[in-house]
Structures are given as structure tokens and as C-alpha cells.
Design a protein around this ligand. Sequence first.
Ligand SMILES: CC(C)(COP(=O)([O-])OP(=O)([O-])OC[C@H]1O[C@@H](n2cnc3c(N)ncnc32)[C@H](O)[C@@H]1OP(=O)([O-])[O-])[C@@H](O)C(=O)NCCC(=O)NCCSC(=O)C[C@@](C)(O)CC(=O)[O-]
Length: 312
Amino acid sequence: MPAIDIEISEVGPRDGLQSIRPIMSTTAKKDWISALAAAGIPEIEVGSFVPARVLPQLADTAELVAHASSIDGLAVAVLVPNLRGAQDALAVGPDKMTVPLSVSETHSLKNLRCTHAQVLQEVRDIRAAIDALPAGQRPKLEGSLSTAFGCTLEGEVPERKVMEMAEKLVAAGCDEVGLSDTTGFASPTQVRDYIRAIHRLLGRDKLTGVHLHNTRGQGFANVMAALDAGLTTIDASMGGIGGCPFAPGASGNIVTEDLVFLLESMGLRTGINFARLFAARQVLAGALPEVELYGFTPEAGLPKGFRPATAQ
Ligand SMILES: CC(C)(COP(=O)([O-])OP(=O)([O-])OC[C@H]1O[C@@H](n2cnc3c(N)ncnc32)[C@H](O)[C@@H]1OP(=O)([O-])[O-])[C@@H](O)C(=O)NCCC(=O)NCCSC(=O)C[C@@](C)(O)CC(=O)[O-]
């Protein structure tokens, strides 16, 4: 495993595919996950444990966890909306489980059909289920603070509410919280200030990652703010696909390929090989020809003479 300065968590197989009508075959997903791992992506969120009637695109998540877990050195992440989903996940043993708690309660009700109090109870129950496992088999539990920077349903989301929910998620048993800009409202100042505030409130180890959408073109400015505030994990999606189907106006994540270029051009090692990353994009494009993939770097190519920080 090469040394890494910033860890990219690829969320395309979960966040990317949940918002797309065509269903990618399980075989194609496995090929894509293998290609992403071969490129050096250290963590992949491979799917969600939600009912197939809600998101049929992700119905094969258990099989994908098994496949991804067989890849040496790859951290396997999944989304779980509740205890029932977590129990299904624990049966196949991912390395990380993320529970989305939307700070906008209106969105929470639309997304999970749960109030804040209900989501927090699910988190407590999930914590107990994890702690019942032998040490060494316990996945990391993350609480994702969705709509932390604003919500298309509620509008402004007060900062004090974000802090309150961060505190409650950790008290309920999350190892970490993550900040998520579900509908692309965040500004770089807000990103930097919220990260610093959570670090002051809970400690730096309780927030290491951010999940950004590029809906209003602020995605990479917000990455810079997150790096400035000391975060070391950034979520991104290959081809920029993604968006929460239960948040009106939500659109794609920041593009993995452009994020790797940004970081590597600043001398920050991601451990990722560009040729293999572009090959993984071809696997995705080949499997979903009808889906538009975004990304400036794959279009323009690497600059002549470009020397990435990661040895290629
Ligand atoms: C939470 C529920 C399940 C509630 O859905 P519900 O219908 O209220 O569930 P329920 O508790 O009433 O149960 C109804 C039936 O579903 C079953 N059930 C209950 N839970 C599960 C489960 N996990 N897996 C499989 N089955 C399940 C349960 O056992 C029961 O079965 P029955 O007794 O009728 O046979 C539903 O609302 C749901 O799946 N929501 C998930 C929505 C989602 O995936 N949204 C996108 C992800 S969040 C996001 O994108 C934001 C994020 C994370 O990316 C960050 C960002 O960008 O900000």
C-alpha cells in the first residue's frame, strides 16, 4: 500500500447508482469495483442495505460487500438507514457503516421516514449490535450529517442544529460524524467554520471526512476549505454521478478523477494511478452507456510533463 496524504472514498457504486434509473448488472459492478481498487482507491462505498422496493439499483449490496471484501487492502463501506439494514450488513462484514441523519428533519422524514429521535434510537441499537460482535469484527460506525449546509425542503439549516446533531450522534454511539452537503448549498467559509466548530466540540478524531455535491459548482472550493481545516478523507464519485433521490434538486457528487488531479497537482498523495483510474471510468462508461459522465481531467487529459505526487 503506497503512502497516502489524503484518502479518497469512492461513493459511486452507492450514491452514484442510487440516482440513476438503469440498473447496473452485478457483474459489471464487481468489475467496476475491482477496477477502482486496482487504481488504488483505498475505500469504496459499495451500496446500501435498504429495501429493494426503495432502491432496486442497490439490491445486490450483500454480494458486492462479499466481492469487495475479497480485495486485499480495500476498505469496504456501506450505507445503512436503520437497525434492520445494519443487521443485514453485519451478516456480511463491511469495514464501515454510515447512517444518514438529515439535520433538516423534513428531509429526514422524506428520506428515512424517521424523526431525529427515531434515527438516534436506530443508531443506539446499531451500536449495541456492533458491540455484541467479537473485537476485530466490529465495523466503524459513521453518522452522516446530511443537509448540514442547507436543504431544498427547509431552506436554511441553523449551524447550532448541526452541532447539536453531531453531539447526539456521537453520544448515541457513532465513532465519527461526517459533514454532507446533500443539495450543494455549502460555501467554503461555511465548510471551514463547521469543521473547526465540530473539532472544538468533539475532538479532531470525531470528524475526518466530508461529502460534497457540486450542484452549484462550489465542490472543489469546498474541498480546499476542508483540507485547510484539516480533514483527511474526501468522498467523491467517478464521473460525478449521484444525488439523493429523496432530496429535490440534489445532483452529482464531486468528480473523483478531478479530485485526484487537484490533490496530486498540489503534491498530496492519494495512492491512485491515473491510467488505471481512467480505465475504471471506461468500465463504468461501458456498463452504463446511456448515463452522462462528468469530469474535466478525463476530457482534457493530464498536462504534458505532469508529475503526480503518487509514484505511477
Ligand atoms: C428507512 C426505510 C427502510 C424506512 O422505510 P419504512 O417503509 O418506513 O420501513 P418500516 O420500518 O415501516 O418497515 C417496512 C418493511 O420494510 C422492512 N425494512 C425496514 N428496513 C429495511 C431495510 N433496511 N432493509 C430491508 N428491509 C427493511 C421491514 O422489515 C418491513 O418489512 P415487512 O414487515 O413489511 O415485511 C426507508 O425509508 C429507506 O430505505 N430509506 C432509505 C432512503 C435512502 O437510501 N436514501 C438515500 C441515501 S441518503 C443520501 O443519499 C444522503 C447521503 C448519505 O448521500 C449524504 C448526502 O449526500 O448528504
